[in-house]
Structures are given as structure tokens and as C-alpha cells.
Design a binder for this molecule. Structure first.
Ligand SMILES: NC(=O)c1ccc[n+]([C@@H]2O[C@H](COP(=O)([O-])OP(=O)(O)OC[C@H]3O[C@@H](n4cnc5c(N)ncnc54)[C@H](OP(=O)(O)O)[C@@H]3O)[C@@H](O)[C@H]2O)c1
Length: 345
């Protein structure tokens, strides 16, 4: 359906509305002046009034989550925000695209360009033909391509936090493309809403631990994107940690300077030059990036310092916002030619 059939607003369907990323997406969509939520779709065990899943939505969205129905979605929406896990997403995308719908996919299914790399880290890819169509939805690097995209691969939260920190410095050749260490921490909502023992309160509270060291699925995504930005192979060690906070993400990143003359001021200048017009990246100097200064916003804060001959870069964002739903809304704004900040500030 076109926007004109439903008035002037774009009709947007959310699939996976009862997940954490789906919930955040609903909240941003409700505040957006140019869109309406046309429907919510979930799996058989997650149907019913959406405020039954998220009581905070009572009197804000009197809508039921229904079973995925391609005929209904294609009649009532023109854009679908797909907030479902990997593998599930690539089952839906072919149907949605064949029905002519624009899609922003939150999962990893269309982020990795090489199906062999995807298979190594996830599972065999079942929609290889569409990988080339997907545009990596990191506006600060791919804004022009996003504007013309029909299928967006919304980046992962760790990749967003890492790439926004490292991208400009690698692009300008200020840091070596090898030997980079990304030390990252995430709040527990990064693991999604479905409970398991590992995320049980007594196990998680007051506990701070590394996990998936050397095996985290976001490492190949970070490498792929940074290698494309640097125009050379980037190698890095990615060390994620789980922190007992609901949401938020902080990266402390260590890299080698390639020029002896590099100073903290020079690093900051390069970040400022690159992000001067970026609405959602704030280059910090005195106050370093911290989770409390970015949660519930679409901002990513970055800062760089030269310490004892080593470059240290910090970045912080909200995994559910700039790391997922906010970035998707930012991408939607660009796709529809609206101001990038619409509904987000
Ligand atoms: N959480 C984050 O910080 C974050 C950041 C960036 C990207 N993402 C990505 O965003 C997506 C959603 O993540 P999340 O954290 O919101 O996970 P989540 O809380 O587990 O939500 C996923 C939702 O999708 C539903 N779902 C599963 N299979 C489905 C199907 N066949 N049809 C419709 N809905 C289905 C799930 O229902 P069940 O629980 O019943 O399976 C759940 O409600 C994932 O691809 C994730 O990688 C998440």
C-alpha cells in the first residue's frame, strides 16, 4: 500500500515486536511524525496485545501482535522493520522483497558479504542471491547507498561501536591496520529477551565477565567493514564482556600509531573532521565516553588519546538504540529523504 492510501504517513510493519529491539523500535516509531505502525507480527507463542508483553505501551499502542502474514503485510505496509533473530530473518526477507516491500533487517543475515564467512559463523545462507542487494546501514559511512536502498542490513551493536571509533583513523592512515584490540562491554539486553540461566539475576548481578573470546560472531563483521573503509585487510582481536547493566555499550580500543608525530589533538582533529556533520556522533575531549551519557539516545560518543606511544580510542552507545532500533530509524529517515534526526532527537 502507498502512503497516500493511508493518509500522508508511511505505514510501517514491525516483525518481532515482542523482542527487546522490537519494543524499542515501536517506541521510536510512536514518536515519529511521518510514520504509523500498520501491524505487529510475531511467532505463534508471542501473539496478543502488545501491552501484554510490555505494559509500558498501555494506552500508547492498542494493537495485537499477529502471526506473520505476507498478504496482510503487503496490503497494509510499505516498509518492514524486521526485529527477529538471524536465520529467521532470511526466511522472511525473500517473501517481503518479492512483495515489493522495503526492509530493514536487524539480524546478521545480510551483513556479511561472503556466504562462506556467514556459514562459518552462523549457518548455511539460504538467500545468497540477495546479499549483493543489501546495503550496510551505517549512515556515517554509507549514507548515499542507504538513500537508494530497498534492503538494509542494520549493523550489529558491537560493530557500530567499534567501527565508529576506528573508521576515520584507519581511513586517514593514522593507525596500523593490524594488532588492534577491541575491548568491549555490553549490557545484558544485548542478548535479547528470552531468559536463560546465564542471564538469571543472581548469576548476572554484581558480576562482570568476558565471554565468547575469539569466537564472537561480530568479529568478522567488524573486520569486513573496517577492511572496506581502510581499503586494506584489517586484523583485530575482539574481546567482549558482559556487564550487569540493562543496556549500554562501551569499547576501549588499543591500536598502534603509524606516525611518531601523532598526538591526542591530531587524533581528535581527525575525528572532528570526519564527524563534523554527523548528527549522532559526538567527539568528546574532556568528558570521556560513558554509558550514562548515551543510554536511551541514538548518540555514539567517541574520544581518542595518545598514551605512551599507543592510540587508545573510546566509544559508547546504547546497544538497543544506536546499536539497533535508533540506527534503523536513522536509516529509514535517509531512505525516505527526511531529516536524519527526525523522531530521534
Ligand atoms: N538486543 C540488542 O542489543 C541488539 C542489537 C543489535 C541487533 N540486534 C538484533 O535484533 C534482532 C532482535 O534481537 P532482540 O535482542 O530483540 O532479540 P529478542 O528479544 O529475542 O527478540 C526477537 C523476537 O523475535 C521473535 N521471533 C523469533 N522467531 C520469530 C518468527 N519466526 N517470526 C516472528 N518473530 C519471531 C522472538 O520470539 P521468541 O522469543 O518467541 O523466539 C522475539 O520476540 C536480532 O537479530 C538481534 O541480533 C539486537
Amino acid at each position: 500500500m502507498t502512503a497516500s492510501l493511508a493518509g500522508s504517513k508511511i505505514q510501517v510493519a514491525v516483525v518481532g515486536g515482542s523482542g527487546y529491539a522490537g519494543f524499542e523500535t515501536i517506541r521510536w516509531l510512536l514518536r515519529h511524525p511521518h510514520v504509523e505502525i500498520s501491524g505487529l507480527y510475531g511467532p505463534p507463542d508471542e501473539l496478543g496485545p502488545i501491552d501484554g508483553f510490555f505494559p509500558l505501551l498501555s494506552k500508547q499502542l492498542p494493537m495485537r501482535q499477529e502471526l506473520f502474514d505476507i498478504a496482510k503485510i503487503s496490503r497494509s505496509a510499505e516498509l518492514v522493520l524486521l526485529c527477529v533473530p538471524h536465520k529467521v530473518a532470511m526466511g522472511y526477507v525473500p517473501k517481503l522483497r518479492e512483495a515489493g516491500l522495503k526492509v530493514i533487517d536487524f539480524s546478521a543475515d545480510y551483513r556479511l558479504k561472503d556466504p562462506a564467512v556467514y556459514e562459518k559463523w552462523y549457518c548455511p545462507h539460504t538467500d545468497v542471491g540477495r546479499l549483493a542487494e543489501a546495503v550496510y546501514g551505517l549512515p556515517e559511512f554509507y549514507r548515499d547507498a542507504i538513500a537508494n536502498a530497498q534492503l538494509i542490513a542494520n549493523p550489529g551493536c558491537y560493530p557500530t561501536c567499534s567501527v565508529l571509533a576506528l573508521g576515520p583513523l584507519l581511513k586517514e592512515g593514522l593507525i596500523a591496520a593490524d594488532g588492534i584490540i577491541v575491548n568491549a562491554i555490553s549490557g545484558v539486553s544485548g542478548a535479547g529477551r528470552r531468559p536463560n540461566q546465564k542471564y538469571h539475576f543472581p548469576d548476572r548481578n554484581e558480576n562482570f565477565e568476558p565471554y565468547a573470546v575469539g569466537t564472537h560472531r561480530h568479529a568478522p563483521e567488524i573486520r569486513q567493514v573496517l577492511s572496506a573503509i581502510a581499503a586494506k585487510e584489517v586484523s583485530l582481536t575482539f574481546v567482549p564482556h558482559l556487564c550487569p547493566m540493562d543496556r549500554g555499550m562501551l569499547c576501549s580500543i588499543y591500536a598502534q600509531s603509524v606516525k611518531e608525530s601523532v598526538t591526542s589533538e591530531k587524533l581528535t582533529d581527525v575525528l572532528n573532521d570526519y564527524y563534523g556533520n554527523a548528527a549522532f556522533v559526538r567527539v568528546r575531549t574532556e568528558v570521556l565516553p560513558a554509558v550514562k551519557y548515551v543510554v536511551h539516545t541514538n548518540f555514539c560518543d567517541v574520544a581518542a588519546r595518545m598514551v605512551n606511544g599507543r592510540v587508545i580510542i573510546f566509544s559508547a552507545l546504547d546497544n538497543l538504540v544506536k546499536g539497533a532500533s535508533g540506527q534503523a530509524i536513522q536509516n529509514m529517515n535517509i531512505m525516505y529523504g527526511w531529516d536524519e534526526t527526525t523522531g530521534l532527537i
